[in-house]
Write a protein that binds this ligand. Sequence first.
Ligand code: NDP
Length: 255
Amino acid sequence: MSTPFLPVTEQPVAVVTGGARGIGLAIAQWFLDRGHRVALWDIDAQTLARTERELALPDRVLAVPCDVSQPEAVQAATDRVVAAFGRIDALVNNAGVAVFKPVGQTSWADWRTVLSTNLDGAFLCTQAVAPVMQQGGRGGAVVNIASISGLRASTLRVAYGTSKAALIHLTKQHATELGTVGIRVNAVAPGPVETEMAKLVHSVAIRSDYHDVIPLERYGTTEEIANVVGFLCSDAASYVNGQVIAADGGFDAAG
Ligand code: NDP
C-alpha cells in the first residue's frame, strides 16, 4: 500500500476521528507514511490545530473540528472531505471517551457521554461516509476502535465496556450489510495503551492489575495499534470482514 508517487487525485484518503492525538494520531501517521491524504476529525479544535501545524503537510492533511456524536457536524465534516479531497477510502472510528466509575456512581450524563461518543459516533460517521465510498466505486474499509473492555466485563466500566461491546456488534452489523457493496468493516480491540485517556482513568491499582495479567507485561504503544488498523485498511486484508482483532499483549487469550 505504498502510494506516495501517485497523482494527487489517485492518492487514497483516510478519515481518522479523534485524530488530534493518541492512538488516532498514530493511525493518521501510518496513513501519511504510505502516501495517503488524511482528514483528522476531532472535537478539540485547539489540539487539532496544533497537530495540523506539527504535521506540516498542508496538501495532505485536512483538520476538521467535529463532534462525532452530532449528526449535522458529521455530515458537514464528510462534505468538507469530499470537497477538498474528492474521495474517501478508509474510515477509522477512533474518537472515544472513558469514564471509569462504579455502577452506583455512573450518572445518566456519564452514560450518555460515553455511549453517544463511542457508539453513536461510529454509527453516524459510517452512515455518512459509506455512501461516499460506494459512489467512488472502489469500495472501502472501516475500522472501529473498540477495546478489550468490550470483550470482557470488569469493574468500573459499565458505560465504557457496554459502549465498546455494542461497537463490536455494530461492526458485525455493518460488515454484513456494507460488505455487499464492497465496504469491509472490522474492529481492533486494544489492551491498555499509554495515552492521555490512560493517564485519566488508569489508577495505580488498574496499572498493577494489567501488569499482572498481560502476558507481555507492558502497555502497548500507539504505533502497535496503528499497525493493526493499517493492515485492516490495506489490500493485504481484502478478505477480512466483520472481525475483531485484539491487540492486547495476550490479555484476552490469558483469560
Ligand atoms: P485520547 O483521549 O488520547 O484521544 C481521543 C481523542 O478523541 C481526543 O483528541 C478527544 O478529544 C477526541 N474526542 C473525544 N470525544 C470526541 C467527539 N465526540 N468527537 C470527536 N473527537 C472526540 O484517547 P486514546 O488515544 O487513548 O483512545 C483512542 C481510542 O482508543 C478510543 O476509542 C479509546 O476508547 C480506545 N482505546 C484506548 C485504550 C487506551 O488504553 N488508551 C485502550 C483500548 C481502547 P478531547 O481530548 O477533547 O476529549
